[in-house]
Write a protein that binds this ligand. Sequence first.
Ligand code: C5P
Length: 206
Amino acid sequence: MIIAIDGPLASGKGTLARALAAHYGLPHLDTGALYRATALQLINKNIEPSNESEAIKAANALDLSLFENPELRSAKTGAGASVVAAFPEVRKALYDFQVNFANQEGGAVLDGRDIGTVICPNADFKFFVVADANERAERRHRELLEKGEEIALETLITQIKERDERDSNRNDAPLTMAKDAHLLDTSGLSIERVIEKACAIIDANR
Ligand code: C5P
């Protein structure tokens, strides 16, 4: 069973993906980490993420050890990830890894921005997770504070808007809901309730 989960930053898609993977005993890939690792490789060398040729080189020689690096989750790396993610050659370099992961025996859960549309168009279940922008900013603010990163809520709201804009309007694989995806609005819902809703959809159609 392949489960594809897409949605914007801090919509709750990552938490839902991890929960569904645990519930159904499937491996999980947070595909944003691939774009983040690409960006972090550049940041660590003092290269701007907007440097296209260097971004392509980094994506083609992805350093998977960066997945464990605490900087992977920083706001700076996230912003850089959305810049490198707009380069079609970067997306191409990361494509096979994701498709192979999805097609492993038994299936998998993948979350990102283009899973239901590009990486797993034939997924058994697709969810598009959304939430109110201010609630997303507050969630992300809490997450970053827990990791020791202090950032003003206002700055985060601006960054989230910029990121949504860039992810939704790029030409290659923009953030869009697949026609056959289930829309899950997590605004005001506990994570338990969101998981329950997704499991109900899966269990009714397996
Ligand atoms: O989800 P996360 O915040 O880790 O993603 C970082 C960035 O990576 C996103 O803003 C997006 O630009 C990019 N991304 C993408 N396609 C995916 C996953 C992430 O373009 N499947």
